[in-house]
Write a protein that binds this ligand. Structure first.
Ligand code: SF4
Length: 295
């Protein structure tokens, strides 16, 4: 690790000075929290705080200040304090990453966890790294994201009918949360699904697929047995019509947008577009299924 950086650094867009990690309510673009936002400090606290969240906005705020996993809190803040060489002049968010996009989106994209120098730096899910470039570009081609790229909070990016969330909200060492950390974070996703009420979950990767199935089971939905197997383009029905007060809830699988997959051709733009189009069509999003030109 390189030595600690200056205490205050300028955000790339508004240019305001911030500490790393960022203090809640200190003016960071899109920060959902305030200085007095309720902080969960234990897994039991996550359960209570998530269940007591009455709106998506309140949930987002509480997620963004969570401190329930000591290993992940230490890691995200250490990364934030030191930074990567390419970003040493930028402040790092260094806090959990809330879901982002429409508060009541019919399509919820589910990822694994934020990247240490992506979401953990920018404060927005899938923002500021190569994986994010792929999913935001695909959503843009499908007419669901205002811009092709998502580089920084406050950059004007906007999602329509879509929300993106991670199964685990803090950047983990080696991109690998422990089973206990996944379990501790799960109530945030459960409550997000209850509040957002998506019609489709698009799982990026097998871990997100399993997390989505587990979420559906905890919510008491009719998850098929044996459990549907993950695959690119795989789909399943998680909730029957009327079970959560609306129509059926579908699960769609896509290979993860990791560099390991995209650089080897395991996941191509065409494959990702097909998965997004299927998910968007099941979600009833207008214009779904007609991706624009690929870059
Ligand atoms: S991983 Fe989830 S439960 Fe653990 S500290 Fe981060 S937000 Fe809280």
């Amino acid at each position: 690790m390189p030595p600690p950086r200056p205490e205050l650094l300028r955000h790339p867009l508004p240019g305001d000075l911030h500490r790393s990690p960022v203090e809640p309510g200190s003016g960071w673009p899109e920060d959902p929290a305030e200085p007095g936002t309720r902080v969960a400090r234990t897994p039991a606290g996550v359960v209570r705080s998530a269940a007591a969240s009455r709106t998506t906005e309140q949930l987002d705020a509480r997620v963004s200040v969570c401190r329930a996993c000591p290993r992940l809190v230490a890691w995200r803040e250490e990364v934030a304090a030191t930074g990567r060489r390419a970003y040493r002049d930028q402040p790092y968010w260094g806090r959990p990453i809330s879901g982002w996009g429409d508060a009541h989106a019919p399509l919820l994209v589910v990822g694994l966890a934020p990247a240490a120098h992506g979401g953990n730096r920018t404060g927005r899910v899938f923002t500021g790294d190569r994986s994010g470039d792929w999913i935001f570009a695909a959503l843009h081609r499908a007419g669901l994201a205002a811009q092709e790229r998502s580089d920084h909070a406050g950059d004007g990016q906007h999602l329509t009918g879509v929300r993106i969330a991670a199964a685990v909200r803090c950047a983990p060492p080696d991109n690998l949360p422990t089973p206990d950390e996944r379990a501790a974070c799960a109530p945030w996703l459960d409550r997000e699904v209850q509040l957002v009420r998506p019609r489709v979950l698009l799982a990026l990767g097998g871990i997100a697929w399993d997390a989505s199935l587990a979420c559906a089971r905890r919510l008491g939905w009719a998850v098929p047995r044996p459990a549907p197997r993950f695959g690119h383009g795989a789909r399943a029905v998680l909730a029957l019509p009327g079970q959560d007060g609306g129509g059926a809830v579908h699960l769609v699988g896509s290979y993860h947008v990791s560099q390991q997959n995209t650089s080897t051709g395991r996941l191509t733009e065409a494959m990702l577009d097909d998965a997004v189009a299927l998910a968007a069509a099941l979600a009833g999003l207008p214009g779904a299924g007609a991706p624009g030109p690929r870059g």
